[in-house]
Design a protein around this ligand. Structure first.
Ligand code: ADP
Length: 396
């Protein structure tokens, strides 16, 4: 049964290569969204693991089974979600799609034509887009009456000026789509909207948002809009990530293939899955583990991670022409005070002064009262952003 004053529910799906994250939101009659269920279906070496949490983060289900194979697990997930709706009317399903190319710059309702078009974009992000599209196709096939909306992770960066999107390649390559797009857009859009509420003046100024999770990037925002970002044509560029390399001299790639004899597939695996914190440390891709370990290689990996963030902050602050606010978000940004402290300690020249006690306590504002730059922690919520888009996109 629908709760009092509710108009239905929105399901969000964020399908990656080894997991599908989901959330169910209630939409109140005044449009307010409330997450009623959150969870994920994850594939690991042993099989599938399905976890669901309730509105207050309480664990409601934690199941594992040996079955594997995407269609079977997706069907299982959808059947479970039907149950998790508890009789709520499903008003729509929103999906995160990593790449919308140059042509898809706002959320769109799914049609068979759109799916074909997005399928042809898969070559821009072959490790992500096919996984993103699979549940959309499956739902369109098995539950054709349900409204589906796609939200692109590239869309928020549509405000980047051409000078920030261009590679210095012959222009014909730009016409074929080889340009900087930027990613983590749903996260930045959410953070920007939250900042507009909690700190409107800073939101109206020059802000750097740092999404530091397994994937990591930074975005320079002016007036709440993306002006530049560290990820480019793919989600490989920019910062050091859990297993991705971040910025790499393209000459190193040529060398790896020509002299080290790596094939294209081997190079791809190296850059996406064996590099980053994992590659540097030889221990783990997980920041928590690296901060606990005593080996020099763990500390060195963290140092490179911090160094790149500091360097990119300088670059983005120059593009913005100064800095009024800095926002930390995602797993590391939200939960690792030591990393925030090490970054802020090196940004004194920009007017950043940390309040160590507020930082250690995980306060919302972690800068000192006399800091020129307001430093905040804003927990991201890509699922809520997707749900907002489903709610706000007029039905076609
Ligand atoms: P994903 O990109 O998979 O959504 P998350 O945003 O969940 O990633 O971030 C995962 C990262 O956050 C991991 O490196 C993890 O170690 C780190 N992290 C989470 N909690 C902490 C913590 N308390 N201290 C340090 N790092 C943390």
């Amino acid at each position: 049964m629908s709760g009092a004053g509710e108009t239905g529910a929105i399901l969000t799906l964020n399908a990656g290569s080894s997991s599908i994250k989901f959330a169910i939101f209630d939409v109140a009659t005044d449009g307010a969204l409330r997450a009623w269920r959150r969870g994920e279906l994850r594939e690991d070496g042993a099989g599938q693991r399905f976890r669901v949490k309730g509105a207050d983060g309480e664990l409601l289900a934690d199941e594992a089974w040996a079955q594997s194979g995407f269609e079977a697990s997706l069907e299982h997930l959808l059947a479970r979600l039907d149950g998790e709706l508890h009789g709520r009317h499903l008003a729509g399903i929103g999906h995160r799609v990593v790449h919308g190319g140059a042509g898809h710059r706002t959320p769109e309702e799914v049609t068979p034509e759109l799916l074909d078009l997005l399928g042809s974009l898969a070559e821009l992000a072959p490790l992500h887009v096919p996984h993103n599209l699979a549940p959309i196709r499956e739902i369109a096939r098995t539950r054709p009456g349900i409204r589906q909306v796609v939200c692109f992770d590239t869309a928020f960066h549509r405000t980047m000026p051409a000078v920030a999107t261009r590679f210095a390649l012959p222009r014909e390559f730009e016409r074929r789509g080889i340009r900087r797009y930027g990613f983590h857009g749903l996260s930045y859009e959410y953070v920007s909207r939250r900042l507009a509420v909690v700190s409107p003046q800073v939101h109206g100024g020059r802000v750097i948002a740092a999404h530091l999770g397994n994937g990591a990037s930074m975005c320079g925002l002016r007036g709440g809009e993306s002006l530049d970002t560290t990820m480019g044509f793919t989600a490989l560029d920019g910062l050091v990530m859990g297993t991705r390399c971040g910025a790499l001299d393209p000459g190193a790639l040529l060398h790896l293939m020509r002299w080290e004899g790596l094939s294209i597939d081997e190079t791809e695996r190296l850059l996406y899955t064996r590099a980053g914190l994992l590659g540097l440390s030889g221990i783990s891709n997980d920041m928590r583990v690296l901060l606990e370990r005593a080996e020099p290689a763990a500390a060195e990996a963290v140092e490179v991670f911090v160094h790149r963030i500091v360097r990119e902050t300088g670059a983005l602050a120059s593009v913005l022409g100064g800095l009024d606010g800095f926002v930390f978000t995602a797993g590391i940004g939200e939960n690792a005070p030591e990393i925030r402290e090490r970054i802020c300690a090196r940004l004194g020249w920009l007017g950043v002064r940390l309040d160590p006690a507020a930082n250690a306590a995980g306060a919302q504002v972690i800068s000192a009262a006399d800091s020129v730059v307001e430093v905040r922690v804003i927990p991201t919520d890509e699922e809520a952003m997707i749900a907002e888009h489903v709610r706000d996109l007029p039905a076609s």
